[in-house]
Design a protein around this ligand. Structure first.
Ligand code: HEM
Length: 450
């Protein structure tokens, strides 16, 4: 059987591209403009309309994300694009307005709360197993399955149990918004000039207002009714309070942050799972070992929150999938002050990018970086923290990281314990990044019940 020696990857550019070439390449796949040298050098700088730098040096990244956060706020353009949909929420806000929201929202994602929400993840995993079993023996696009499964989760942990709220239409509206926003955003990240042709209006003001109104009604109804059983993210946000200022979120702030959780948490987790499934079908030895662990721990039942700590190999597969195919492939900042990073002058207004994708494949930081080897995560202490940043770092680190990891382990372990997955020949996905890093073409696998 023919099998490529390495899992799929993006051929990074080896020669400087002209502006027009960069533009047309970037429109299709932003990863294709990351130069090959970004996997060998600590910093790569250039000018494409505006000055930009890609930083791969762990010490310099620590400066940007941890020690000098105020000097390196998130890039404005991407934020402006998302703002009409998700407001000045946790993901977007800076300074004091970000700080109080982060303090108020932090307890929502405490270990205890995330664990309390795990039955919702288990139930979604069981529904995924049922759907895949029904589809057999046909091949299944695991990307679509995982998008459905993680949407089941995020839908049930945000606007759960609300009959009047049409979460599917909000979901579709948000997904559409994000994919359109991404198409514009990537040009601006690199500071391309203004004459670049732009896609039309993302979403009419009326459609946005309608979506927000629906969400507001759901928030108000819940505030009046109170929690019903285990508190979900909406209940927890409504109850949240900044311990310093005692400030609580009003309806619009709760709504913006809930929509943010849907935007930031749903597709990213689905993509991580889809890539993980691609990888286990690529390497059947890893798959067999993972199934062995899942079956030994689960004994025929679906995975629950308390099982997660007993499934270290499944966790290692998720960690490795996030290294090779980080859903957030590039994070971007705008420098506010003069600075020097890796001997390179940084000027106010420069775009400073951390290409998480290139960092995870950097030759100085990883042994055999293009190979799938979950064992590298067997001892987390051997991993340089600033060489592995699928969730970012510093104060703006992903607030939902442990939620996402728990969800991914529960779903992957449950699926592996029930099926043997085989890749469909000739249907390799292509890693393509617009805002997130997607397996273009889908992850087509056959699933044989075991
Ligand atoms: C595998 C799944 C996920 C990945 C790879 C991911 C990745 C990231 C990254 C890289 C950032 C930092 C962005 C930057 O610094 O520019 C971030 C921030 C954020 N993420 Fe996630 N994320 C995931 C899942 C989630 C989930 C499940 C939620 C919520 C339910 C979530 C909510 C957020 C929020 C609110 C922020 C902004 C935090 C702040 O600025 O204070 N994410 N995420």
């Amino acid at each position: 059987m023919h099998r490529p020696a390495l899992p799929v990857r993006v051929p990074l550019v080896t020669q400087p591209m002209g502006l027009l070439k960069s533009l047309s390449e970037a429109r299709r796949n932003v990863l294709s403009i990351i130069p090959d040298v970004a996997t060998r050098q600590p910093i790569v700088s250039g000018r494409t309309g505006k000055r930009w730098h890609m930083v791969m040096d762990p010490d310099a990244i620590r400066e940007i994300l941890l020690n000098r956060v105020e000097d390196y706020p998130k890039s404005v353009v991407t934020k402006n694009l998302l703002k009409p949909a998700i407001g000045d929420s946790l993901f977007i806000a800076e300074g004091a307005h970000w700080r109080w929201q982060r303090r108020a929202a932090a307890p929502v994602f405490s270990h205890r709360n995330v664990m309390n929400l795990s039955p919702i993840m288990t139930a979604a995993a069981e529904r995924a197993v049922a759907r895949v079993a029904d589809a057999g023996p046909r091949a299944v696009n695991m990307l679509d399955e995982m998008v459905q499964t993680t949407f089941d989760v995020i839908g049930d942990v945000t606007f759960s149990g609300n009959d009047t709220f049409n979460r599917d239409s909000v979901h579709k509206a948000i997904d559409h918004y994000i994919s359109e926003a991404g198409k514009i955003g990537l040009f601006d990240v690199l500071g391309f000039p203004d004459w670049v042709p732009r896609p039309g209006r993302i979403m009419s003001a009326a459609a946005l207002d309608e979506m927000k109104q629906m969400a507001d009604d759901a928030v108000t109804a819940r505030a009046a009714r109170g929690p019903d059983g285990t508190p979900d993210l909406l209940d927890l946000l409504l109850a949240g309070e900044d311990p310093k200022t005692k400030r609580q979120m009003n309806t619009a702030e709760v709504r913006d942050n809930l929509l943010t959780f849907i935007v930031a948490g749903h597709e990213t987790t689905a993509l991580t799972l889809a890539w993980a499934m691609y990888l286990v079908a690529f390497d059947t030895e890893v798959q067999d070992r993972a199934r062995g662990q899942a079956q030994a721990v689960l004994q025929g039942r679906a995975c629950t929150g308390v099982d997660v700590e007993n499934l270290p190999y499944i966790r290692m597969i998720i960690d490795e999938a996030l290294r090779m195919y980080p859903a957030a492939g590039i994070i971007s900042r705008t420098a506010q002050k003069k600075d020097t990073l890796c001997d390179q002058d940084i000027r106010p207004g420069d775009t400073v990018m951390i290409p998480i994708y290139a960092l995870g494949r950097h030759e100085a930081l990883w042994d055999d970086p293009n190979s799938f080897r979950p064992e590298r995560f067997a001892d987390r202490r051997t991993i340089d923290r600033y060489a592995y940043l699928p969730f970012g770092d510093g104060p703006r680190i992903c607030i939902g990281a442990s939620f996402a990891v728990q969800e991914a382990v529960i779903i992957l372990a449950t699926m592996l314990s029930r099926f043997k997955f085989t890749a469909v020949q000739g249907k390799e996905p292509e890693p393509v990044m617009i805002l997130t890093l997607r397996p273009e073409g889908g992850v087509w696998l056959t699933a044989e019940p075991v």
